[in-house]
Write a protein that binds this ligand. Sequence first.
Ligand SMILES: *Cc1c(COP(=O)(O)O)cnc(C)c1O
Length: 402
Amino acid sequence: MLTLDFHPSGRHFLQIPGPSPVPDRILRAMSLPTIDHRGPEFGALGLEVLGKIQKIFKTEQPVVIYPASGTGAWEAALVNTLSMGDKVLMFETGHFATLWDKMARRLGVEPEFLGLPGYDGWRAGVQADMIERRLREDIEHSIKAVCVVHNETSTGVTSDIAAVRGAMDAAGHPALLMVDTISGLACADYQHDAWGVDVTISGSQKGLMLPPGISFNALSAKALQASRTSQLPKSFWAWDEIVAANKTGYWPYTPNTNLLYGLNEALDMILGEGLDNVFLRHQRWGAGVRAAVDAWGLEVQCQDPAVHSPVLTGVVMPEGVDADAVRLLIYKRFDLSLGMGLGKAKGKMFRIGHLGDCNDLTLIAALGGCEAGMKLSGVELKGSGVLAALDYFATHPLRTAN
Ligand SMILES: *Cc1c(COP(=O)(O)O)cnc(C)c1O
């Protein structure tokens, strides 16, 4: 058993970039009795949720909801649109892009994994010009899809999806555009229809402030067309029966009723606040946390200021410091969970989540835990990140969009 150096009273600080803290209001909504998923009450709930979720993706096209984690919705996007041996272009932004590439290979698709050399790609966003160049070379149009991660949760980079769409249009290439915004949705602006995305993949436990267990595919007419001829095996993930049943608010199988209660509540909270206000709040938190990292004299993982994530910040440890040891000390001493370095970033950095149900003072507390933990671990800090963030928050009052 893990021995803790604190008395675990008060609330745990869940500052990983998903699952994010679930507001009490959502937990209460989920505590309603489980109802008959074929009864009239459920159909009304289904229609309500399916209508509201379109607003979050900024789409008027169908959004499929799966009782699965985000990984399931990744698989759904691929198996509904592609056939064995199809070429797809993926872009290495970090660990999640790498996992999606691995999944595509396991399913019998042939991904080409484009990226900047070595570790550089893990400190930058999707390079739309590289995608355009590669697509221009593909005169026979053998590439069937371009797959990118919008918010790369392993590094803290939010890529420009409109630029990827622009690159595909400039190359005059007919490939489908598939985007993972599992951690970006309801934190950073996302426009499924306006950006011409064919399949958008998302999940419940990040910006939507829900427990894990629901994931999404937002579709386009072109994606639905591709699903009619795609040959990869699918049954549970197949869009056709789900989209048909959804017309009356039902699913072909048992959906996770109580999570849908929670989703309905989350959607009311987010749409009530206004998406633009939600985005501003996340941008401000990101800027405050980056001010802290700067004051510590440390580096942020993302090196391109144009694509800093409003969802999380990767904090790079100085050479020779094991980021995982620092994280464990912080967990044991301060009851604070931080995200670990994943894949190529393992041990080199930790991640502070600033998404969903946070506020200035929960972030100040999290930064306090980081600062004390790094000092106890012998990391040399230039100054106080906590004070820098406090100053940033005090001098940058929250603006609202309306
Ligand atoms: C969390 C996450 C995933 C994986 O989702 P699971 O719900 O853990 O299956 C995939 N991509 C990104 C960008 C994520 O943040």
